[in-house]
Design a protein around this ligand. Structure first.
Ligand SMILES: Cc1cc2nc3c(=O)[nH]c(=O)nc-3n(C[C@H](O)[C@H](O)[C@H](O)COP(=O)(O)OP(=O)(O)OC[C@H]3O[C@@H](n4cnc5c(N)ncnc54)[C@H](O)[C@@H]3O)c2cc1C
Length: 465
């Protein structure tokens, strides 16, 4: 096969890689992207998008079940609700299919050449791709490693049979009667809550003594309450041991040494994700590592000239929007623009029930950084729009410097609060002070009014509380 030469070669077409390639193409950079699975990577195919589709379907189903049980204050009635999970999955696959086709279309529109196959470095400028029709060698001036991440497997619970990763859970065609979830991070809780709403008896096993350890308990408490209301059993401080000898149950040991036998039809293991740093010829290169990740600088340059890395392979937070922004930046650098990472904050959202958003510093983080702070918190229970949406649980919290009121962090928990993350991020990115947000007219009735009220509360004159 004839060798390809190009200015930019991107390995991996997840959010980091495909955004990098599209932007490079737009800028006239001669670009090739290699993908061994489907365009869109983890996010579009087996991550962000399919999980949110299933969460939405589960929410709708749970609401209908509640209506049928007469638990609907609005007076809506429903009869005999049922779910055909195979159909739900087909609907979800339709969405991911449209999006992956869309990504391929955008790459083509930007003039990017797509090569399908597994890429492997031969040296710092050359990559060989195993394609269906043989080996394709590509030589490039610049190479971006965007190989992403994969689920962590537990040695005593290898994936296979009834033990599934998030990928397996997102393609089940029947609702498991009993689902054990190992790990109470955001992926385990998002999927655990969804299956509980779909009708599974869910048990969550977590080795730490709390759910969602990256968030403070004020934020996670409404989620814990909802888990309890849905009948989800959460075993904290509990370590899994493996499968029972007949394979029917998950064996675990509680903090007090008590053995637990959790009967399960499916066991979903969500104990984290690991960067994909093997399988693409890293051994042919001299790349510095940063723990288990590839080391990069503020321009996403690795320790080898002309080799960049973006996305999950480069560190936490392993989130799609971080990968995309890094990808876009690298494309601009390769095209000759002066760019470097200058973001003040990367928003994080848990699509749990209710949802959690965190941007910038939490009160504890701000104090640990030696800041004198003001905190303003406003509950959704006094927000008119939240009442009309039956979404009164939760709050918005603003953390600002005590001296000049510069906003350092914004967190919140509430139904649908993910949509407020844009306002929170914008405020921090623009260097807003409490007075800027308080002085912005927030439309009524919207949940965003709670954001303005939280800043007023920090200034000492909230209006609706
Ligand atoms: C269930 C779940 C839910 C999630 N929800 C969210 C969410 O709500 N919001 C959010 O921001 N993030 C979410 N994430 C995380 C998000 O999916 C990742 O942060 C994001 O996909 C990282 O993008 P990336 O480009 O670094 O890598 P990936 O998306 O992992 O893409 C890497 C690509 O590289 C390809 N590849 C790897 N090696 C090679 C090779 N040698 N040759 C050719 N191709 C190769 C892979 O096939 C893959 O397509 C979720 C993840 C999961 C699993």
């Amino acid at each position: 096969m004839k060798e390809i030469t190009c200015k930019l070669l991107v390995i991996g077409a997840g959010p980091g890689g495909y955004v990098c390639a599209i932007r490079a193409g737009q800028l006239g950079v001669d670009t090739v992207i290699v993908e061994m699975a489907k365009p869109g990577g983890t996010c579009l195919n087996i991550g962000c998008i399919p999980s949110k589709a299933i969460i939405h379907a589960a929410d709708d189903f749970a609401k209908t079940v509640a209506m049928a049980a007469g638990k609907n204050a609005m007076g809506i009635k429903a009869d005999n609700p049922a779910i055909d999970l195979a159909k739900t999955m087909a609907w979800k696959d339709g969405i991911t299919g449209r999006l992956t086709l869309g990504v391929a279309g955008l790459l083509k529109k930007a003039g990017v050449k797509i090569v399908v196959g597994r890429a492997k470095f031969r040296d710092g400028k050359t990559v060989a791709v195993e394609t269906e029709t043989g080996e394709q060698v590509i030589r490039a001036e610049n190479i971006v490693i965007a190989t992403g991440s994969a689920p962590v497997e537990l040695p005593m619970l290898p994936f296979g049979g009834k033990v599934v990763s998030s990928t397996g859970a997102l393609s089940l065609t029947e609702v498991p009667a009993r689902l054990a979830v190992v790990g109470a991070g955001y992926i385990g809780l998002e999927l655990g809550l969804a299956f509980a709403k779909l009708g599974s008896k869910v048990t969550i096993v977590e080795a730490l003594d709390r759910i969602l350890p990256l968030y403070d308990t004020q934020l996670t408490q409404p989620v814990a309450k909802r888990l309890a209301a849905l009948g989800v059993e959460v075993l904290l401080g509990t370590k899994v041991k493996g499968l029972s000898s007949n394979g029917e149950a998950l064996l675990a040991e509680t903090g007090s040494g008590e053995e637990r036998r959790i009967a399960a039809d499916k066991i979903l293991v969500t104990v984290g994700r690991k960067p994909v740093t093997e399988g693409w010829g890293r051994e042919e290169l001299e790349l510095d590592m940063d723990g288990r990740f590839l080391r990069i600088d503020e321009q996403c340059r690795t320790s080898m000239r002309g080799i960049y890395a973006v996305g999950d392979v480069t560190g936490e937070p392993m989130l799609a929007h971080r990968a995309m922004v890094q990808g876009e930046m690298v494309a601009e650098i390769v095209s000759g623009k002066r760019r470097s990472w200058d973001k003040r904050a990367i928003p994080a959202v848990c699509f749990t029930d209710p949802e959690i958003v965190s941007v910038g510093l939490s009160p504890d983080e701000a104090k640990a950084a030696g800041r004198e702070i003001k905190i303003g918190q406003f509950p959704f229970s006094t927000n008119g729009r939240a009442m009309t949406l039956s979404a009164e649980e939760g709050f918005v919290r603003v953390v600002a410097r005590a001296d000049n009121h510069l906003v350092l962090g914004i967190q919140g928990v509430g139904v649908g609060i993910s949509e407020l993350s844009a306002a929170f991020s914008l405020a921090i990115e623009m260097g807003a002070r409490l007075e800027d947000i308080a002085g912005t007219i927030h439309a009524h009735p919207t949940q965003s009014e709670a954001f303005a009220e939280a800043t007023l509360k920090a200034l000492g004159h909230a209006l609706h509380i």
